[in-house]
Design a protein around this ligand. Structure first.
Ligand code: MN
Length: 519
């Protein structure tokens, strides 16, 4: 799904292709030729037998074979050599011609390919998807968050993120001194596995984003001013156009002094979200903690932005310093060695589930929490829900087994958000239509809740991931019960308690000669 094209091509080359006309060429005295691979890697030496077989091959073919697209496309060139070894010289040449044919066919051809996708700029509705209503059309009101619920309880009425009041404009965020603006971004065009556009509405529809956190006895909505900032408009025919607008809107939230919490949508949103915060707070001024089964630093594909490439583009454009980027939860088949070497070479930290298997959860996560703090920078959290095990997160496009449990994820997120200044948070890849239960949206809400709780802890002065409420984590018996009794705080037993309403007392079990009512 996120594989490098050349790796796919190399894997696909398993059949011989009709040999092209052989061209005689003078023997090259210089051998063996080093194979060009990624910068910094050791060049691969061709075995002598293969070197001899290629001596008479056309120069062009030989050059191709020694390039990044030939042997260089193979993470393990020895495997290719093993495959070629039993072949005849002619069959070897034919095989390499086949490789070259596929590599050439995959490239852009100005004769037959569209270099860009043209848009109808004559359309009178070109910007209609994102044009904002003039404020003169609104009824006059004081700026600030608006409670749109007609019930005192937020559980009914009109669904909003966290049951929170809504804010419409940056002035509302400023006037309300809003701490957290939760905003939807229903974009799923950056993924081949769609349905993430339904994430925001599903997460508004179920509970779990606020309320008392039992570990800390802190209810984030009582400490933080939280609003629902609506959904950012997207053009679900174009990721490129959409991310441009998302960046403008996230920037608007951060400029108004609120922390944006972006509910996706697919992971291509990380690019505009982080770039927007770099616009406001400065490039490389904050770290990113990336929770994901995948590293999402793919590159070199036809589309500049997809849900598999935001990390590379953020690094490449200089918005984030890879040395302040921590990846957590990676597993499954992607990336291969080249991806890990890229992360290593660029100073990026990563904590895979393989590392958890090797060292244990507590050790690895203690390290991750320490690394986040040691950066000393504020942080942005990018939470791709596929970091969770599919048992807890069925509704996502690219699930990978062997992930985090909710019991592991909640304290980790809570701790990160308590110990660090949070500049922004995104939760992406929630595709609720893939889940016939409501668990996907529910668990996604509880992840957001964990971060809101951490931010509330920090605001209350509890900025330590190890903070727990004594009340909920220690029963203190028997001393507590004895004290309760001495202070008259214990329940007074009343056997007739629920048998009849007050004032209409009828025969109950306490009344002599009476009969117990039949229930
Ligand atoms: Mn991802």
């Amino acid at each position: 799904m996120h594989r490098n094209l050349h790796t796919l091509l190399a894997a696909a080359v398993i059949w011989p292709v009709t040999s092209l006309a052989q061209v005689e060429r003078p023997r090259d005295a210089e051998a063996p030729a080093p194979v060009a691979t990624e910068a910094g890697e050791k060049p691969v030496e061709l075995p002598r037998w293969l070197e001899r077989r290629l001596e008479d091959a056309p120069e062009e073919l030989r050059e191709f074979f020694l390039s990044d697209e030939g042997v260089g496309a193979y993470p393990k060139p020895e495997r290719l050599f093993e495959k070629l070894k039993p072949k005849t010289r002619e069959a070897t040449i034919a095989y390499i011609e086949g490789m070259k044919f596929l590599a050439d066919e995959a490239k852009f051809d100005p004769e037959t390919d569209m270099a860009s996708i043209p848009l109808n700029t004559d359309s009178s509705s070109f910007n209609s998807w994102k044009v904002m209503r003039p404020k003169e059309m609104d009824p006059e009101r004081e700026p600030g968050p608006i409670n749109i619920n007609y019930y005192a309880s937020s559980r009914f009425g009109i669904a909003t993120f966290a049951g929170a009041p809504v804010a419409v404009y940056p002035e509302d965020l400023e006037a309300g001194n809003v701490d957290v603006a939760i905003v939807g971004a229903p974009l799923d065009m950056g993924s081949g596995y769609r349905g993430q556009r339904y994430g925001p509405q599903a997460m508004r529809a179920v509970y779990g984003m606020v309320g008392e956190d039992m570990a800390t006895m802190i209810a984030p909505e009582q400490v933080l001013t939280i609003v629902d900032y609506g959904d950012i408009a997207v053009d679900n025919m174009s990721t490129e156009i959409s991310v441009h607008h998302v960046r403008e809107r996230v920037r608007e939230i951060a400029n108004a002094g609120a922390v944006p919490f972006i509910v996706g949508g697919d992971h291509s949103l990380e690019y505009p979200n982080v770039a927007a915060l770099a616009d406001v707070h400065g490039k490389k001024s904050f770290g990113v903690i990336h929770f994901d089964a995948h590293y999402d630093a793919g590159r070199g594909r036809a589309h500049w932005i997809t849900h598999g490439q935001p990390v590379y583009r953020l690094v490449k454009e200089g918005h984030v310093d890879p040395a302040s980027y921590i990846q957590v939860g990676l597993r499954g088949p992607w990336p291969g060695p080249d991806g890990f070497e890229w992360m290593r070479n660029n100073g990026m930290r990563y904590h895979t589930m393989a590392e958890v298997e090797k060292k244990g959860w507590d050790t690895v996560m203690t390290t991750a929490l320490r690394e986040a703090r040691e950066g000393g920078k504020p942080i942005y959290i990018s939470f791709d829900v596929d970091v969770l095990d599919p048992a807890y997160m069925v509704g996502t496009g690219t699930p990978v087994p062997g992930g985090l449990t909710m019991r592991e994820a909640i304290p980790l997120i809570r701790g990160l958000c308590a110990e660090n200044e949070i500049l922004g948070f995104e939760i992406v890849e929630v595709a609720p239509m893939l889940d016939p239960t409501y668990a996907t949206a529910l668990n996604a809400n509880f992840i957001v809740h964990a971060c809101l709780t951490g931010m509330a802890m920090r605001k209350e002065g509890f900025d330590d991931a190890g903070y727990y409420s004594d009340l909920t984590t220690e029963h203190r018996q028997p001393e507590a019960g004895e004290l309760g009794k001495a202070e008259g705080k214990q329940v007074e037993v009343d056997e007739g308690y629920a048998w009849s309403p007050p004032g209409q007392r009828r025969a109950g079990p306490l009344d002599e000669g009476g009969e117990s009512p039949q229930l």
